[in-house]
Design a protein around this ligand. Structure first.
Ligand code: URA
Length: 434
């Protein structure tokens, strides 16, 4: 077999066999096939796509390129949630303890902020002492004890994805549905989850801006997940406006605790409860979404998810006492405001624009390896549908330095759109794909 023939076959739109895909990916991980040939193949995939069988084969080959977390000896069900990424999306921090309170075990391996979207690991690391680089033994022990664990990917989990993702990033081949599918599902399968709820986002703050593209991605993820023997459901959710009222690392942890205390904003609770209800279904605790949602609401009201969240902070090295003391006042020195420039109604707060301003403030990073600020971020006092008078406070903004503040404020002001009448209310959860 030769890599050049595999590239040529894909270039003309032929379906590749599992053997051809394995030859290419295994050869790449072993250092026998160079970057430039895999880059050419990725571009051919970008234009020609892949059949469901090819996508499943690629996912399986990538999964086999590294270790798989062994959860044997721990009782399940193991159910996780994955989001395609957004702005202000802290649902993982609320969902994991909520699902655990129902008896689900959530082996959550998350990522860092990249581009305009936030990262669960960066949020958690804003809690003093919190560790996200756990050994497999610590991973097993914490999930056994708390019912969930939140960590980063170890270096031996899906090494093929590390190489391929970095290559895609610099060859304009990230936005390929089969390549995204294989990248996400190989990692989720490696962490040991046997059921998965996917939050596939669309809108200005999402990876897929158009709802049709998000739906195609969701369909590919669900079909490939099923072909791998997973129980899987995807929800298409709106990410045109930031989720909740806080965007920033510590700010989002604070807001997650508010949600666990029954004081969360409506939009964030809506998406979280709809996802959690599906986790309850896949875990076998609920027959349908209504029952799942009711179980989640009852559990939240009882306070157990909040306690599990604090227990997890303790188990992962965080200082719970200091965390609770910092709540509400852990903010950087540079502070600014965005005020309404005209009266009327807010018709939109562009999430993508808020995310890009967040990177300037220090919330996110432009390049892997850049540092992030634990405390920088944005508090949204008004959102879509709210009436405003000229000069009303819309956002409080915190930056790690003066330059970040000065460059982000005009972007944030521009992110707010106004109208004379209130926009029609819309549901954030558009569709379920099963
Ligand atoms: N997230 C991933 O993990 N992989 C992709 O390819 C895109 C988003």
């Amino acid at each position: 077999m030769r890599a050049v023939d595999i590239i040529m076959n894909k270039r003309v739109g032929k379906e590749l066999s599992r053997e051809e895909i394995a030859f290419l990916i295994e050869g790449y991980v072993a250092g026998e096939i160079p970057d430039y040939q895999v880059a050419a193949w990725a571009m051919a995939v970008f234009f020609q796509g892949m059949s469901p069988a090819e996508t499943a084969a690629l996912t399986g080959v990538m999964l086999k390129s590294g270790a798989v977390i062994d959860l044997s000896g721990i009782s399940g069900p193991f159910v996780d949630k994955h989001s395609t990424g957004g702005v202000g999306d802290k649902t993982s921090l609320i969902l994991a303890p909520l699902a655990a309170s129902l008896g689900i075990r959530d082996p959550m391996m998350s990522g860092r902020a990249l581009g305009h979207t936030g990262g669960t690991l960066d949020k958690l690391e804003a809690i003093p002492g919190y560790r996200t680089n756990l050994s497999v033994e610590q991973f097993r022990s914490i999930i056994r004890q708390n019912g969930f664990v939140m960590t980063g990917q170890t270096k031996d989990i899906v090494p093929a994805d590390k190489l391929l993702y970095a290559l895609r990033d610099v060859t304009a081949t990230v936005e390929s549905i089969p390549l995204i599918t294989a990248s996400i599902l190989s990692k989720k399968a490696a962490e040991g989850a046997d059921a998965l709820v996917l939050d596939v986002k669309f809108g200005s703050g999402a990876f897929m801006q158009k709802v049709e593209d998000a739906e195609r991605l969701a369909r590919s993820l669900v079909d490939t997940g099923k072909a791998m023997g997973k129980r899987i459901i995807a929800l298409l959710t709106d990410m045109d406006e930031p989720l909740g009222r806080m965007v920033g690392n510590f700010l989002e942890v604070e807001e997650s605790l508010d949600c666990l205390e029954g004081k969360g904003p409506g939009d964030l609770m809506e998406v979280t409860l709809e996802l959690a209800a599906r986790m309850a279904m896949l875990g076998g605790m609920a027959a349908g979404p209504e029952e799942g949602r009711r179980l989640c609401e009852e559990s939240l009201a009882g306070g157990r998810p909040r306690q599990l969240f604090l227990d997890n902070i303790q188990s992962q090295g965080g200082d719970v006492k200091q965390f609770l003391e910092l709540r509400g006042n852990y903010r950087p020195e540079y502070r600014g405001e965005v005020r309404a420039k005209q009266p009327g109604y807010i018709t939109r707060i562009n999430a993508g624009q808020v995310g890009r301003a967040g990177v300037l403030l220090g919330v996110g990073r432009n390049r892997t390896g850049d540092s992030v600020s634990p405390t920088a971020g944005i508090q949204l006092h008004r959102k879509r549908g709210d009436p405003v008078a000229a000069g009303d406070l819309i956002m409080t903004v915190w930056a790690r330095d003066a330059e970040g503040l000065n460059t982000s404020l005009p972007l944030l002001a521009e992110a707010v759109e106004y109208g004379r009448t209130a926009p029609a209310p819309r549901s954030l959860v558009l569709k379920e794909i099963i």
